[in-house]
Design a protein around this ligand. Structure first.
Ligand code: ZN
Length: 207
């Protein structure tokens, strides 16, 4: 394959980029912005080589432990569980949350081969068993799979005697960040509610 064809083909890995757009991008870079193109190539190369996942929270990180997990200024008794690193960035930007995170990198979907192990939930269970976490803030999306994941997380929390809370419904987390404004997200985060227990004798849950 000619180099130009290879470039166009490679650009099509980007989300939402088809043949036409890839062609336009390739011509644009070659005609008008070779420096930008080289910078893009270097940034891609470096990021693909060196950005991994934090050993504690699974978000993207160049180091074994990410900046937030390594920070002494965060409150380790609160743990917010999210689907994507993008959701984490949104909550950091919109709220004054000072606790820690756990990023699932997806949501439970057994038919697609994403079970508890793929989402790192065995590691999350170990962490809850250590006793430091007192509130699990469940911020999975309001999709069917997101709700199923939330249910699983609430049960996991209950099993370890950890209080679970859920963001208000209607917040489109889960990679749909273009629909969120900061005020809405901050409000949903601030007014999160206790997750209803399936145990009818327990109290304190509100909707
Ligand atoms: Zn981390």
């Amino acid at each position: 394959m000619a180099l130009l064809e290879q470039l166009i083909d490679a650009l099509r890995v980007l989300p939402g980029v088809g043949q036409k757009t890839a062609q336009r991008m390739a011509y644009q870079l070659l005609e008008r912005n070779r420096d930008g193109g080289k910078r893009l190539a270097q940034a891609l190369e470096a990021a693909m080589q060196r950005v991994g996942h934090c050993e504690r929270c699974r978000t993207f990180s160049e180091d074994p432990i990410c900046v937030i997990c390594a920070s002494a200024g965060r409150e380790p008794s609160q743990l917010c569980v999210l689907e994507t690193p993008a959701d984490q960035v949104a909550i950091e930007a919109a709220t004054g949350y000072r606790g820690l995170y756990f990023v699932l990198l997806g949501r439970l979907s057994p038919l697609d081969g994403r079970g508890p192990r793929e989402l790192g939930l065995d590691r999350l269970a170990e962490r809850l068993a250590q006793g430091e976490v007192r509130e699990l803030i469940i911020a999975t999306s309001a999709t069917v799979e997101g709700e199923a994941t939330a249910h699983y997380l609430a049960q996991l929390a209950r099993k370890h005697g950890v209080r679970a809370s859920r963001l208000a419904h209607g917040v489109p987390l889960g990679g749909e960040l273009e629909y969120i404004d900061r005020g809405t997200l901050a409000h949903a985060f601030g007014s999160r509610h206790a997750v209803e227990s399936s145990d009818p004798t327990s109290s304190g849950a509100s909707q």
